[in-house]
Write a protein that binds this ligand. Structure first.
Ligand code: NAD
Length: 508
């Protein structure tokens, strides 16, 4: 049965793949589909079987400059249309994403190797992102009334200007909408630079936005290499802010590149997130969540719980159960509905993740499950879901973001030690706590160094809650009004009631 569904999915995908193979993916600048200014392209491959999907325009500095000018030209009129009109247009984008959700999910799975079961949800979440921020558009400019004794202060918010949005290859469609939707709702225009390893759904999104009737130049998409197209975007003076999702080291580069033009930056970066399981936790719910939060989405997820901190009193039993689950995970073709873990995004990333198997053994940890590359009929960038045990916090497998289906287990004695281990990494994106003790959950929420803490829950998203990281995991927060704080300027207007005495100079 699942084989039949796989065949049916491949059939549905055929037309899209033929289109991608027939001609290079182009840039979308000022509503026009264009090749790179020097006609250069790069090749894009599917990690499922390493087959070529097609060629992609390698956006040049000239292309980026053109896109930035288009966004600059479109800004005034986009910023001045009513919030209600903006809401309607963004809902149309959401409608169209929903209507195309199956295609988006299939293309995303083929391009990134992510199992379809997760990409179907991610496509729908893309529509939700647009709907959520569409409904906020009419009130985005609202401010505060701050009356003082002799003055009236009030605030208002205005869109910051054209913005650059640079996205990574993990769940690229959903992440792009998470940035583009609030920028548009705020009244900003956009130049989007998608990741070079996952260009396909970015072009579908550009088409959807264009067809939904957004004016030309409001959203421009330039494909290409980070060090060329991405860099040029961060350096362009028309771009007032950069929203970036990607690796911490790239965030540092972008900060340097944007310094001469004093770019406002919003960074969502890497993580090495702990899931801490105490012996008073609900064992089976914690087990489900631990396995889900590292082995779903191929472990290529910024909020994945890649470190399991387990209390010594239950460590043996818990690790045994995790191990059983890891062996039972269904590795396979991402378009097969039963597949839980697919191939990693790219040959180079497969090599990077696999290099940690050797590192783990050298450091004295145990590979309790997995620890090898895998394939599908001899092809693809697969690796076996992997479990490292007998690890300690000084090891690289406990400190570095591996970004694959790889879990490192560290045992702890008590709450104090759990916090010490959890916080002794450079990252601070998310933390997960499993305990039956309410007081402890409050203490952990206070003491863990992470931007987001989930207690007795997997990563459960609420779109108005702040999303973002501390330390090397990021700068700034997204979600609800937090997004508008980034994409808008807050202005204060202070008006005197004409009763205070104005200081006088040179009156005699
Ligand atoms: P990456 O940093 O290599 O690339 C991200 C994007 O930046 C790509 O579009 C790339 O082309 C571009 N880029 C590269 N160099 C650039 C430069 N010098 N100037 C401008 N742009 C440049 O990241 P990746 O490998 O694509 O994505 C994986 C990383 O993203 C992981 O570290 C993951 O944790 C992180 N991530 C974080 C979050 C979060 O919310 N914190 C969410 C998703 C992914």
């Amino acid at each position: 049965m699942s084989q039949e569904i796989l065949e049916a999915n491949l059939k549905k995908l055929k037309t899209s793949l033929e289109q991608f193979a027939a001609r290079p993916i182009q840039n979308c600048i000022k509503g026009k589909w264009l090749a790179a200014s020097d006609s250069s392209t790069f090749s894009n491959y599917s990690p499922i079987d390493n087959s070529k999907i097609g060629e992609v325009a390698a956006g040049t500095v000239e292309d980026v400059v053109k896109a930035c000018h288009a966004a600059e030209e479109a800004f005034d009129s986009w910023a001045s249309i009513s919030g209600k009109q903006r809401r309607e247009l963004l809902h149309q984008v959401a409608d169209s994403i929903e209507a195309n959700a199956e295609k988006i999910a299939l293309v995303e799975s083929w391009d990134t190797g992510q199992p379809l079961r997760f990409m179907s949800k991610a496509a729908i979440r893309g529509a939700e992102n647009f709907r959520f921020f569409a409904d906020m558009a009419p009130n985005a400019r609202d401010g505060l009334s701050l009356p003082a004794q002799q003055h009236m202060n009030y605030t208002l918010r205005q869109p910051i200007g054209p913005v650059g949005i640079i996205t990574p290859w993990n769940t690229p469609f959903m992440l792009s909408t998470w940035k583009i939707a609030p920028a548009l709702a705020a009244g900003c225009t956009v130049v989007h630079k998608p990741a070079e390893w996952s260009p396909c759904t970015a072009t579908l999104l550009a088409k959807i936005i264009h067809e939904a009737g957004l004016p030309a130049g409001v959203v421009n998409t330039v494909q290409g290499v980070g060090e060329v197209a991405g860099k040029a975007l961060t350096e362009h003076k028309a771009i007032k802010a950069i929203a970036f999702v990607g690796e911490s080291s790239t965030g540092s580069e972008i900060m340097k590149q944007g310094a001469p033009t004093l770019k406002r930056v919003h960074f969502e970066l890497g993580g090495k997130n702990p899931v801490i399981v105490f012996d008073d936790a609900d064992f089976s719910r914690a087990l489900d969540a631990v396995v889900f939060m590292i082995y779903s989405l191929n472990g290529e997820r910024c909020t994945s719980s890649s470190r399991l901190l387990i209390q010594k009193t239950i460590a043996k039993d818990f690790i045994e159960q995790v191990k059983k689950r890891v062996f039972a995970l269904k590795l396979g073709h991402p378009l097969n509905p039963t597949t839980e873990v697919g191939p990693l995004i790219h040959r180079k990333h497969q090599e990077k993740v696999a290099s940690y198997f050797e590192i783990a053994l050298r450091e004295g940890a145990t590979i309790a499950a997995g620890g090898k590359k895998a394939d599908l009929e001899g092809k693809g960038c697969f690796i076996e879901p992997t479990l490292f045990t007998n690890a300690d916090n000084s090891m690289r497998i406990a400190q570095e973001e591996i970004f694959g289906p790889v879990l490192t287990v560290i045992e702890f004695e008590d709450e104090e030690e759990a916090i010490e281990i959890a916080n002794s990494v450079r990252y601070g994106l998310a933390g997960y706590v499993w305990t039956g003790d309410v007081g402890r959950s409050i203490r952990m929420g206070r003491d863990l160094e992470a931007g987001m803490i989930w207690v007795n829950s997997e990563n459960n998203r609420h779109l108005s809650s702040p999303f973002g990281g501390m330390k090397s995991s990021g700068i700034g927060r997204d979600g609800g009004d937090y997004s508008f704080d980034f994409y808008m300027e807050s202005k204060n207007v202070c008006i005197a009631t004409n009763v205070h005495s104005v200081p006088k100079l040179a009156t005699s």
